[in-house]
Design a protein around this ligand. Structure first.
Ligand SMILES: [Zn+2]
Length: 314
């Protein structure tokens, strides 16, 4: 069996670094070469020299940061192999949002798989996750606690159906907002979706990539005033928090985090991350020899696998 390099990826001030290919992954500060898993702001910043990502990730980043997002983009579809430094790389769908990727790195016969953010729950606005075998799985562990179970999304979204008021729906502008639009259309067709002007440009990129089977309108004050019920006004978190005294609406925030549900009229546990059972399923499919954890607390995974597999925090 080929030898796993314990220092293949290391955590630096700039972010995750691979010295064998001289590149970073989802770097937090501008670097010369960066592989980007998806367009969320905590993974994709502006100012890198060379960026490797999928075509939708580039387009979504340019909506947020403009044309000068990076010195140069090299875009690859899922499964297309390319080389960075001496490392072979390809992207695999992560099921997290449009364009989201796991990053498979192959070096000296060993496969290192970085998950990025990922989910197993169905999402009609992006490709489903693809799970492949690897020697080392580098997994995000945001919700890696045995008590964490994300409820079925259909049951959660159905809570909006008979609210009897207009709904102010707080959501991340990218990824979650598009998934919610599709879910509300599909499960609560009697509700009319209005989106904030900071969300709509992301919807348009989704449409360019074939997500067209949905109904929504740009928010306008008049339309919402005329209706006393049946309208959902989707706003980004900052707007949601500034509308604390909004009248004649009920406040709902879509998230997997319970602390973001507090004080709202009803809870809406919709997450784009894996829960505990999803992580264990993913590990069973990837069947790694080692597990490296990232974001959050990897201790529960370490305990779960005990001596059966090496688990370490990156
Ligand atoms: Zn994300």
């Amino acid at each position: 069996m080929d030898h796993i390099l314990e220092d293949f990826l290391v955590m630096t001030e700039q972010g995750i670094y691979c010295s064998y290919g001289d590149f970073y992954i989802d770097a937090r500060h501008p670097v010369h070469t960066c592989l980007i898993s998806h367009a969320h702001g905590d993974h994709a910043i502006a100012g890198h020299g060379n960026v490797y990502c999928t075509p939708p990730t580039k387009d979504l980043m340019q909506v947020r940061y403009g044309k000068k997002t990076a010195g140069q983009f090299a875009c690859y579809e899922y499964g297309n192999v390319f080389t960075v430094g001496g490392v072979e790389v390809y992207f695999l769908s992560a099921g997290h949002m449009l364009g989201s990727s796991q990053i498979m790195m192959v070096y000296k016969g060993v496969k290192y798989l970085y998950t990025g953010d990922y989910k197993l729950q169905p999402d009609a606005t992006c490709m489903p996750i693809v799970l492949e075998k690897a020697d080392v799985l580098i997994t995000e562990s945001t919700f890696a606690h045995p008590d964490t179970t994300h409820p079925p999304v259909e049951a959660e979204i159905a809570k909006l159906r008979d609210v009897g008021f207009n709904i102010l729906l707080g959501t991340y502008a990218l990824g979650k907002a598009q998934r919610l639009t599709q879910l509300i259309n599909a499960h609560c067709p009697q509700l009319e979706v209005f989106v904030h002007h900071r969300i709509a440009p992301f919807h348009q990129v989704y449409e360019q990539y074939g997500v067209r089977d949905w109904q929504y309108k740009l928010y306008n004050r008049k339309a919402l005033k005329e209706k006393s019920a049946g309208a959902v006004y989707m706003v980004p978190p900052m707007t949601f928090n500034s509308y604390i005294r909004a009248k004649n609406v009920i406040r709902v925030f879509a998230s997997g985090w319970s602390h973001l549900q507090r004080g709202n009229a009803l809870s809406l546990y919709i997450s784009d991350h894996v829960d505990w059972h999803d992580i264990l399923y993913t590990i069973s499919q990837v069947a790694p020899r080692q597990l490296w954890t990232l974001h959050g607390n990897g201790n529960h995974l370490k305990k779960h696998f005990d001596e059966k597999m090496l688990v370490k925090a990156l």
